[in-house]
Design a protein around this ligand. Structure first.
Ligand SMILES: [Zn+2]
Length: 227
């Protein structure tokens, strides 16, 4: 978890077992990704990172892909892969952010495996289901990593805990549908794309905040735009 979870400061995860480690997302910068990988290395006693999953195309979750070992196999949704391939920000950041983040030595590294609507990984002694919400939500190529036995959900940016959700590359209709879909899984733990890890009533509260925000946007847009 990376406080304070604002622009470019994401969460990344790891699932470790006897046969190695699967990581879920990288970080935006080389320095942050190195710190994440060092933490994984310490926590697992140096177990090899065999697999990585990108939850979506955004650079805060993917630019650090290039810091992963060359032997790590990266998985992402097919539209996530297309999105990172066409991402212009890694080549030169527009003046949207001041100061422009210092990425350090990162390079575009695309997934080796493109997933469709669902792909199940058997890694680290566990079952990890990669699932697409079946419509645009945060982006067009979102994937969650769901551990059904442990009831742990890595939601990527379908959940922003304590932050305004971002859907400008996805869908304001699809995002609340994705919230309902996440809730239907009945997770015990949610690792959001940004913000603190959620459990129990914290999950319900944050998902309801997302619903109310999307409803506000849809109602406001509906009142000022011709249908
Ligand atoms: Zn994102």
């Amino acid at each position: 978890m990376q406080p304070d979870g604002t622009w470019w400061v994401n969460n990344a995860g790891a699932v470790a077992g006897d046969d190695g480690v699967l990581v879920i997302d990288a970080c935006a910068t080389a320095a942050r990704t190195r710190r994440f990988l060092d933490a994984v290395d310490t926590a697992t006693g140096g177990a090899p990172v065999r697999l990585a999953v990108n939850t979506h195309q955004h650079g805060d979750h993917t630019y650090g892909n290039s810091l992963l070992p060359s032997t790590t196999v990266i998985v992402g949704h097919s539209r996530m892969r297309e999105g990172l391939q066409a991402d212009p920000i890694i080549d030169g950041c527009p003046p949207l952010w001041n100061p422009v983040p210092d990425w350090g030595p990162v390079a575009r590294r695309l997934p080796d495996i493109s997933a469709g609507s669902a792909l199940t990984l058997h890694a680290a002694g566990r079952r990890i289901e990669l699932l697409h919400p079946r419509r645009p939500a945060h982006t067009t190529g979102d994937l969650i990593a769901w551990l059904p036995e442990e009831r742990v959900l890595f939601s990527g940016d379908l959940v922003f805990a304590g932050f305004t959700p971002l859907v400008f590359m996805g869908s304001v209709d699809g995002a609340p549908a994705a919230v309902d879909w996440l809730e239907s899984l009945q997770p015990d733990v949610v690792v959001p794309g940004h913000g603190p890890v959620l459990t129990g009533t914290g999950i319900t509260r944050v998902l309801d905040e997302h619903r109310r925000y999307y409803r506000l946007i849809l109602d406001t847009a509906g009142s000022v735009l011709p249908r």
